[in-house]
Structures are given as C-alpha cells and as structure tokens.
Design a protein around this ligand. Structure first.
Ligand SMILES: Nc1ncnc2c1ncn2[C@@H]1O[C@H](COP(=O)(O)OP(=O)(O)O)[C@@H](O)[C@H]1O
Ligand SMILES: O=C(O)C1=C[C@@H](OP(=O)(O)O)[C@@H](O)[C@H](O)C1
Ligand SMILES: [Mg+2]
Length: 182
C-alpha cells in the first residue's frame, strides 16, 4: 500500500506550503516536484524555461513524477501543470490519494502576484492567464482527484485541518496518529 498523498491544483493554490505543513504534522517525508527539478539541475524553474522552453521543463517534470510516485508514504506537492500529461495523471491517480486544492483565479492572482518565480505568469495580464489555465486544467485536476478542497480565504492551517479531516475519512491516515494543527 503506497499511502502517498499527492497535492494537485493551479499555481498559488497552496500545494507547496500546505504539503510542507501536512508532512510535518503527519511525520512523513515531503517532496515538491519543482524543488526536485531545481535540485537536480542546479538552476531555478525560470532558467529552465528560458533555456529549454516549457517542453523541456515538462520532460524533466514527467521524469521526476515517474520516480517520486514510486516512493511510499510521502507527501508530494506537484507543479500546477503536472496533470497535462496523461502519463503523469495515471501515475498520480494509481499511486496515492490525490487532493485537489481549488481557489478562484482572483485568489490565485493575489497569492502569486508578489513573486516572479512562475514563468507562465510573467505576462501582461496574469489574471487572464490564470483564468484560462484554470478553465483548461480544472477537468484534469478533477479527473485525478479523490478529494477536492476549496481553500477560499481560509488560512493555511485551517485548510490543512480540513485536508486532514478528509484524508482521515478517506482512510489514508487511518490508524496514524496526528494532532490537529492549531
Ligand atoms: N490558504 C491560503 N491563504 C493565504 N495564503 C495562501 C494560502 N495558500 C497559499 N498561500 C500563499 O500563496 C503563495 C503561494 O503558495 P504556494 O504554496 O507556493 O502555492 P503552489 O505551490 O500551489 O503554487 C504563498 O505565499 C503562500 O503563503
Ligand atoms: O502551472 C504550471 O504550469 C506551473 C506551475 C509551477 O508550480 P506551482 O503550481 O507550485 O506554482 C511550476 O511547476 C511551473 O512554473 C509551471
Ligand atoms: Mg508549488
């Protein structure tokens, strides 16, 4: 039994932040597919996009997903575009419980506007880009998701507690001790 927890959702949904928080609470190892790619290449995501384009980045991402989904008991925060490739969707759906973190484009925009680490949002109109990406990808997130959580305006810890409640109901953290995050 893999007992992995995979977080999917758009840029700014809180996958990285929440994943780290959940891993700490559940005492599980945390991975982030973007950080993994950066560690392996020694450069940042924007530099990879600049040199290899989105296609090069997606190849690296699929390789990392193929490897990380083979592990057991991990929490994995994926990048927002992971669901674009069928092979990634299949691996994610088969090897763990998938949590889709949902937020509105306006919320995503507010959470991502302050940093320039996301090449796809370095455009004239990032809000429009987020709207378009969410429209395209929402069906793909829903296709792989076991649990969908609306993050809304709730703070990270409240969202984390909601995820924990759902996971418990779902059976992933069954028998495992965890204390609610205050
Ligand atoms: N529920 C939330 N409420 C307020 N801010 C949030 C929430 N979730 C994430 N954030 C903030 O949004 C930003 C993006 O979060 P991040 O975890 O990097 O998202 P992702 O990995 O899904 O792109 C961070 O600054 C984070 O602190
Ligand atoms: O949505 C996307 O296509 C991307 C999301 C990013 O990760 P986050 O979702 O963690 O921001 C990162 O993988 C890259 O910039 C591309
Ligand atoms: Mg992230």
């Amino acid at each position: 039994m893999a007992r992995n927890i995979f977080l999917v959702g758009p840029m700014g949904a809180g996958k990285t932040t929440l994943g780290r928080c959940l891993a700490k609470t559940l005492g599980r190892k945390f991975y982030d597919s973007d950080r993994e790619i950066e560690c392996r290449t020694g450069v940042s995501i924007p530099v990879i996009f600049e040199i290899e384009g989105e296609a090069g980045f997606r190849q690296r991402e699929s390789k990392v997903i193929a490897e990380l989904t083979q592990l057991n008991n991990i929490i994995l925060a994926t990048g927002g575009g992971v669901v674009l490739a069928l092979e990634n969707r299949q691996k994610i759906a088969q090897r763990g419980t998938v949590v889709y973190l949902y937020a509105s484009p306006e919320q995503l925009y507010r959470r991502t506007a302050h940093d320039n680490s996301r090449p796809l949002l370095q455009t004239e109109n990032p809000l429009e880009r987020l709207k378009r990406l969410l429209k395209e990808r929402d069906p793909l997130y829903r296709e792989v998701a076991d649990i969908t959580i609306k993050t809304g305006e709730r703070p990270i810890k409240a969202v984390a507690n909601e995820v924990l409640r759902q996971l418990k109901r779902y059976g992933n953290v069954h028998g495992q001790k965890f204390s609610a995050i205050r």
